[in-house]
Design a protein around this ligand. Sequence first.
Ligand SMILES: *[C@@H]1O[C@H](CO)[C@@H](O)[C@H](O)[C@H]1NC(C)=O
Ligand SMILES: *[C@@H]1O[C@H](CO)[C@@H](O)[C@H](O)[C@H]1NC(C)=O
Length: 399
Amino acid sequence: MDILGLLKAVFNTILLYTVTALAPMTPGTVIWKLFKTRKGKVRLINRDLICDTETLLKLPSTGRSLDQSTNSLVPFVPLFTLDYNTQWKRRHNAFVHANNKILARITEKNMNVTLPGKQGNIFWDLCEIMFKIAFELVFDRPPTVDEFNDIYPGVVDVNKVIKRFSWTANLPIRQKLYDRIITLMKESDTNFVLHDHKGFPELSDLDKVSLVGEDLITTISIQCSDLLCHLLLLYPKYHDAFKANLDNCINETLRLYPLSDLWIMQPFKQERGWITSLVQLNRNGWSDPDTFLPERWDSKEHPPLMSWGFDVRRCPAQKMATNIVKLVFENIINTEGFWIQPALNFDHGRSFPFGCQAWVGYGQQPDNAATWKFNHKFKMQFNRWVFDRLRMFDQNELV
Ligand SMILES: *[C@@H]1O[C@H](CO)[C@@H](O)[C@H](O)[C@H]1NC(C)=O
Ligand SMILES: *[C@@H]1O[C@H](CO)[C@@H](O)[C@H](O)[C@H]1NC(C)=O
């Protein structure tokens, strides 16, 4: 590299690090603020920052997985962190089988979801609703009280580390989750979604638990409840658009609030590592990029949506996740008299530093619904800021 290039790389790396270390934003958002509509790659000291979708899609294809550094999911080894090899193929086969069965179950089941009336953080209420649905879809029955008490706290713990409400795993809680899933596997109920899959019994215990606990239950509980939260927060403002075309609104929501922040590829042999921000990819190259405009999906004249991965790393659960969310969302908003109003001081961002602060009710909306505020905003922001930094450095997210 020439001297000028090197100086630029050093400058960009220091800039990115300093702003990320200080600003109360996720690294992905910082990247969008700093580099906005830059095209191509920005060279950093150790890796390249990929600024737009076109450049990302032109990268040489590789079987290596993204984001292997994530430690928030212990004890699971999620499918998306495996290299593209025989183990991946076995897991993927079983996953596809489960996915197809779940897609059929979604249409058969008569889900009756009611969001309790409440003023405050509804984030965990949504997560719990999604967890119960995930369990029901996988086992074709609701969890017993004991099953719920063993598994759900583990899912919450994973979500807390992902959301940076805490930064280390609570291992005893996760052990309970692991043990309970092993017990469920041993029971081998005929309604279990992988009961009739030939390859499943041949997987190792860890693969089985990861597939059922992470690829299915945790993914549905966490990713789907995030998407559902975003949709519900946008719903009061864009009520008519949601009624007119829910699919457009879902894509537009995912464009502005992608479910992951960064995709990271570690350096390998001669290849440089890279990093990319989903917020940047989904705005760079779009007209009026920061505005929620569901009508833009009526046309095909725009870059592809980057939220579900790409090439062999494409998330196989896209259809399952969107179908589940659609069903639950429609169920909630069509409940007689339902209304929702985010708090006046709530900033709707990609991640949830304050949870999901909203007032949910049924029937006549009180006059003060639009002006209520939640408490402890600064404290929540500060806690998240601290845990976010700890996790960033702990996992070398940007190095
Ligand atoms: C849905 O559940 C609610 C509360 O449990 C109940 O009141 C209602 O009758 C149920 N509706 C249907 C269609 O099952
Ligand atoms: C939403 O995005 C997905 C993924 O890119 C795409 O397959 C689908 O056609 C889009 N839906 C609409 C309504 O444009």
